[in-house]
Design a protein around this ligand. Sequence first.
Ligand code: FAD
Length: 442
Amino acid sequence: MKIEKSPSITKCYSFDATGIVFEPEGVVFAETEKDIIEAVEYCIKNKKNIIPRGAGSGFTAGCVPVKGGIILSLEKMDKILDIDTKNMVAVVEPGVITANLQRSAESFNLYYPPDPSSLEFSTIGGNVAENAGGPKAIKYGVTANYVMGIRAVIGTTEIIDTTRKVKKNVVGYNITPLFVGSEGTLGVISRVLLRLIPLPEERITILSFFKDIYQAGQTVVDIMNSGIVPSAIEIMDIASIECVRRFKNIDIPKSVEGVLIIEIDGKKEEVKKEANIVKKICRNNKATVKVAKDEKERENIWQIRRAISPSLFHIAPTKINEDVCVPVSEIPKALKRFLEIGKKYGVPVVCFGHAGDGNIHVNVMTDEKNSTLMEKAKLAVREIFITTVELGGVLSGEHGIGYTKSKFLPIQTKKADLHLWRRIKKAFDPENIFNPGKMGLI
Ligand SMILES: Cc1cc2nc3c(=O)[nH]c(=O)nc-3n(C[C@H](O)[C@H](O)[C@H](O)COP(=O)(O)OP(=O)(O)OC[C@H]3O[C@@H](n4cnc5c(N)ncnc54)[C@H](O)[C@@H]3O)c2cc1C
């Protein structure tokens, strides 16, 4: 086993998308499951922490070695081992890039729906460990709904294997879902068995402009109550619209203060009917509605959504990006209260995201070089979490807890739950070497 210790490598593996930096002692690039076992053995023997890492695109410093140790990169284990069309499953190594699996499945007329916006660079291992979701979660669910089995190396160097291509399995404890969202704290996922579904026949993408964000929020509630389940409903508030306008040459009328992107997919005839109902609901809420005529227009609409994240830096140099999730019925109230919190603390708050499932990306914009502003931003973040929990929501809908949200866990999670999490971790990881300091664990 080779441990890379050159600073040119360790520095590159010291951070994720948060920009939080803790330099590892070394980096091991696993190419096979045997390499993973060797790395775990080495860390047990030498009392080192081991931090599994996919693409490092996480938003909670999940793969950052906050308590030191060795990074175990899975990026070279990137083979799609099987697309089994008869059983409609895929077997993949953990380093497979999400979009590569989607493209591969589509070439067999099959569909792997989980679509984090990072899908062109995040890995399946990282998606499983974070239970990643995306716009399509509203209809198709999140990564958890597709993980049928995993192989993983745990902290005794044993291999746990639940990858059976069966639809039903009630043999013993169900270990698979424990690994989903486990954030690298229970072991290293070395293989994943994923469910695939038939590729939808047709999709229609609708762009609707509202005079205010609350009408947009109400439209989401009305659509969800109409019996239609769109494959995506994304919301943008005034601040995100203005950023996108500045960043890209996109035609959004000046009077618009709320945008919804709605996509419907399924059988051709049904999709047409449902799109007409959705357009009517939007218009009842005083929206202007546009429908993508072809794939190019559809892509242009989605580009508006994807442009938000990078364009936010026009507002302020530092972004604290939270991904709270509230019950759908509470979306209008949540949007209103988050924007009020921003005003109260004098820090811009930008809301956008997967409104259809209540997963709102709340971005508190600040400047890390300005300590007064940072303090205000931190207070705003805490109040956003408290408000979310008051509204019956949760601290994270998709990015996980990792390092950054660990301190906020007591707002939502009771001591008894945390104690149980710690005992579960101990069963998988008796030496406490896997990714310590994350998810409220020690
Ligand atoms: C621009 C951008 C957009 C994003 N959009 C979304 C979105 O829409 N939805 C969403 O859910 N997330 C999103 N994310 C966050 C991120 O992409 C996801 O959390 C993703 O699942 C992380 O995958 P990764 O391969 O980069 O994992 P990493 O960041 O490398 O690791 C994340 C966690 O998984 C663990 N881990 C990684 N591989 C393994 C393994 N093989 N075994 C055990 N543990 C492992 C790590 O220890 C760590 O705790 C976005 C990020 C960016 C930068």
